[in-house]
Each structure stands twice: as C-alpha cells, then as structure tokens.
Design a protein around this ligand. Structure first.
Ligand SMILES: *Cc1c(COP(=O)(O)O)cnc(C)c1O
Length: 361
C-alpha cells in the first residue's frame, strides 16, 4: 500500500451512500418499499422504445439530446435550449457542484435534505452547511441566515425526501430573491410530478437568473434503473454545465426511452392518482395504530415512532415479513421509517404488519 497516493483533501470524509435494501436473508419474495420506486413501472410506450433501441446499439448516441429536450420542453412548456439532460438528476447535481463550488466555498442544504447534496459538495472540496428545519420542513429564514459571501449553491428538494413536506411557492420565491448575489438556488423536483398542478419551480426559473430546477425519470416515470434526469435553468448556467457534461453522457436507450416516457402523460396521471389514493389510505391506517406522519406530497410517507428503538424494532419486524422499508438515521431521523407507497396489496401488507407489531389484532 502506497502512502504517497492520496485522494484530494476531504474525499475520505465522505460517508458512503447506501441505497435502499432489496433483499432479506432467507425471504424469497420481498416487497421493496425502500427506494421510492414506482410500483407500476414505466409506461408501455417507454418499454417499447427500449426494445427498438436494440437495433442501433453499435451507433454512438447523439450528443445534443435535441429530441429529448424538445419533448420535455413541449410537455412542460419550457425553452428547450435551457434544458440539460444527465445520467439521473444526480449527474446534474454533480455538474452544478463541479462548475460552481470548490475549496473555501459553501454549499447550503437542510437538516433532512437529500444526502447527495453533501456528497457532491464534499467531492469538489466545498464545505457543506446544514441548516435546521422546523417540524421536518425547510425554513427559509434559517436557510438565509446560513448564507454568506462564500455560499455558491443552495439545494432545496421540494417536496423533500425523506420528509415528504413542501415549502410554498411564495416562500421559495422569497428565498430566491433574498440569496446573496453569487449564490444559485437549486430546486430539486424529483417528486414534483406527484403534486398535481405544481411546475417544480419552472416559472421561477424563467423569472430569475439564479434558479435551477432538477427533475428525474427515476420516480413517477418508473425508470430508476435506466438513469435519466434533467435540469432547467438560465442560459448562462446551462451553457456552463454543458461545458463539463461528457458528450455521450446518455445512451441512445436512455434518450429514446425517456422521450417516449415523457410523451405518455396519461400513464403519469394514472400513477399520480393511485399514489395519492394509497398514500392517504396508508397514512390513515398507520395513524390509527399510533404511528403518525406529516402530510406527504410525494410517493412515500415518513412514519414516526415513539423512539429510535421502536423504529428499529418495527423495521426488523417488517423485514421478517419480507417488507423492506427505509431507515433514515443518516437523515437525522432515527425514530422514523420512510415507507414508499407501493401498490394496494403492498400498502395493505404494511398496515397489517405494523398492526401486528403494535399488538393490535
Ligand atoms: C430520488 C431522488 C433524486 C433522483 O435521483 P436520480 O439520480 O435522478 O435517480 C433526486 N433528488 C431527490 C431528493 C431524490 O429523492
């Protein structure tokens, strides 16, 4: 082992990201509710597009993503020239950190914010600044108070993962207009499609020159396995991000499947409706069992237990029944479990198992 070969300062301080578990030892048929995946999967049109791309796998993909950007722009009413596509929205977050933050700079996000903000900022040597939330909801005044001359990026997922809570559009606009002049507000809209009528912050992007929105095909579009996301921002920022984007960062399969998926909004609406129905049902069922949750705007609920010990024990109990949910200790919520809204049968299994755990029935 060489003691001369060393990574950049700070890299070894990054805690490894752990994905949602997918297996339980000794249980053959598990129900995976740990990664906020769409239980219905992608649109049939997206699957057909996937099959068609088998004939062109020897060809390099296009570099400008024009067809996908046009499709996204048409569906959302956006300017295609200010859209950038990446390998998941994680890649857009990475580009933003690479382009705008470095050593001595600060990247601001909230206490229960998405873990990738910390990882991506530390990867470029920037200092992560974590801001307290109020009742598991981002607090705009606290975020503003944490900003300084060194703040380059402020990340806010709206709705947030793992809390499922949202900040109102008026508060988000106030945040954008009160930031220090060198800071960019990044609105992570990974769950925006679950909120009917919500634009994810697109209108705010159009009104300002310091706001970027990120979106993903991993959640409501049911394509987490394929890795496609996108960002929308002012031209001066998108032009910068395109300079560091690899020319072939998305494969032909990713591009064609995403285009077919975004053009099938009927599938999206069906998934959103069913998610809302089962989310209300599950939250109600758990509340009756003495397990409350905040009103979630996304495709999961954050179930709160009396203590860390009880959350841990319930997690183990669910696991033994083949039900995999997510512990969120890394999000500073050790007494909570994040439960993805699955199909009706999965939700009923969860409620039944929690009832057994609580000794009801
Ligand atoms: C799931 C999720 C994403 C999406 O990541 P991808 O790289 O697009 O799969 C982004 N932000 C948040 C808050 C998420 O929960």
């Amino acid at each position: 082992m060489s003691d001369q070969i060393k990574p950049q300062p700070g890299i070894l301080d990054i805690a490894l990201y752990e994905g949602g578990k997918a297996h339980v030892a000794g249980v053959a048929n598990v129900v995976k509710l740990s990664s906020n995946e769409n239980p219905f999967g992608p649109s049939d049109r997206a699957k057909e597009a996937f099959g068609r791309t088998v004939h062109s796998l020897h060809r390099y993909p296009v570099t400008d993503h024009a067809a996908l950007r046009t499709a996204i722009a048409e569906v959302h009413g956006l300017d295609a020239a200010r859209i950038i596509c990446g390998a998941g929205s994680d890649e857009i977050i990475t580009f933003l950190c690479q382009a705008y933050a470095g050593p001595k700079d600060e990247v601001v996000f909230t206490e229960h914010g998405f873990l990738m903000y910390r990882i991506s900022s530390m990867a470029v040597g920037a200092t992560p600044i974590e801001v307290p939330e109020r009742e598991r909801t981002a607090d705009v005044d606290a975020i503003l108070a944490a900003c300084s001359r060194r703040t380059k990026l402020v990340f806010l997922a709206n709705p947030n993962n793992p809390t499922g809570t949202m900040v109102s559009p008026a508060e988000v606009a106030r945040l954008a207009s009160s930031l220090p002049p060198q800071a960019i507000l990044v609105l992570d809209g990974a769950y925006a499609e679950y909120v009917e009528g919500y634009d994810g912050g697109a209108a705010l992007v159009d009104q300002r020159d310091n706001v970027v929105m990120t979106r993903t095909f991993s959640k409501i579009y049911g394509l987490g396995g394929l890795r496609i996301g996108w960002g929308y921002g002012p031209k001066h920022i998108i032009d910068v991000l395109n300079r560091i984007r690899g020319p072939f960062n998305l494969s032909t399969t990713q591009l064609e499947v995403a285009e077919a998926a975004v053009r099938d909004q009927d599938h999206l609406v069906r998934c959103r409706t069913e998610n809302a129905r089962m989310r209300t049902w599950l939250a109600g069922a758990l509340a009756e069992l003495g397990v409350p949750s905040d009103t979630s705007m996304a495709n999961f609920i954050l179930a709160r237990f009396a203590s860390r010990e009880e959350a841990e024990a319930c997690d183990a109990f669910l696991n033994a029944q083949g039900l995999i949910v997510r512990r969120v200790t890394g999000y500073k919520l050790p007494h909570c479990l994040r439960i993805t809204i699955g199909d009706e049968s999965s939700c009923r299994q969860v409620a039944h198992a929690v009832a057994q755990f609580k000794g009801v029935r």
